[in-house]
Design a protein around this ligand. Sequence first.
Ligand code: CMC
Length: 392
Amino acid sequence: TGYITLDEGYVNTGATTSAITFLDGDKGILRYRGYPIEELAKKCRFIEIAYLLIYGELPTKEQFDHFRGMLFRHTMLHEDMRLFYNGFPRDAHPMAILGSVVGAMSTFYQDSLDPHDQEQVDDSIVRLMAKLPTIAAFAYKKSIGQPYVYPDNSLSYCANFLRMMFAVPSEKYEVDQDFVDALNLLLIVHADHEQNCSTSTVRMVGSSNANLFASISAGISALWGPLHGGANEACVQMLEQIRRDGSNVKKYVDMAKDKNNNFRLMGFGHRVYKSFDPRATIIKEACHRILKKQAIKDPIFDIALELEQVALNDPYFIERKLYPNVDFYSGVVYRAIGIPEQMFTVLFAIGRLPGWIAHWVEMHANPAKKICRPRQIYTGPSKREITPMDQR
Ligand code: CMC
């Protein structure tokens, strides 16, 4: 009550303290639990990172084996859950399917909905981490009309996902280790980014003591938007459009500067990074690596490199400190792996899941936790009388 500070878009409002991710936007630093992202991307597996984010420390060998074992036990979907897929239109966006099926997990696992029961929370964490790749791959198989491929728990988290995406019953499927490594790296760099829009959504929903499945489903919806996770799909569509339009990069840079035009350079700019986004640097290197190793010539990578150069030398982008963000090059790597555009944001969701969970768990562990309830400054009419309908 009384004095309210207005901060549209929460540009300067701290919503919480957090011990999960450190981010310095001016220096381009990102660390999970104190470890630099560059090191983690080089030396760790995604499941280790998930454990680190959620439980606070890198796992010992025993802890890792236990966690991995638990995940493997839960990769299958309940057969009734698989039936949901029959009801979605064939051209449904996989992000819509992902959000719906994750939301529906709260109907299948009613024994793990209590946010204050540690055992139930641990169960829901394992179920979400284990099943999200299966839910995602089934959404893709549905969209192309192929039979669903059930999980193979002898494979790693990433290899299993690629197999569920790309294997077909009539052919032998060999997982390419370069693709597994690239996917592992992409999931790691997406795993957390402190109080971003989807994470704040997960916290906001969770603050009412809604269960973890419901909170994560809300986070998936928030991530879908093109200003957030949806930017990776929008970015590749933009690069494709530039290619079809004669690869005239400058024209698009000029369009993005034009204030009478809504067009923005997708994959450029960030609320917090005001110098380079360290994730973009890591992914750009991975792009070079995988395209070279697989001898892939992707014209949109060349367009992306040129676009970056032109924009970074343009006063408009320099003055506003707009640099490529995580979504600028990730799509090129996904394409190299064979992942179609409509699945890019789904991959972001699989990567971000441990971050969402970690923040939800951290919020509930905080004795000062309160329901999130921002205030407003009312700008509508002052008190007035109702005119009877026949006189309006
Ligand atoms: N292209 C052209 N101009 C831009 C862009 C862009 N991509 N991004 C920001 N600007 C301009 C904007 O028009 C504004 O100019 P002015 O001061 O003249 O009004 C100025 O830069 C500041 O932008 P803002 O919209 O006030 O900044 P914000 O912090 O509210 O928005 C952003 C951050 C990421 C939403 C925005 O940069 C954007 O729309 N980028 C394109 C979408 C994108 O790549 N999103 C992915 C973000 S990173 C991963 C993730 O969050 O999922």
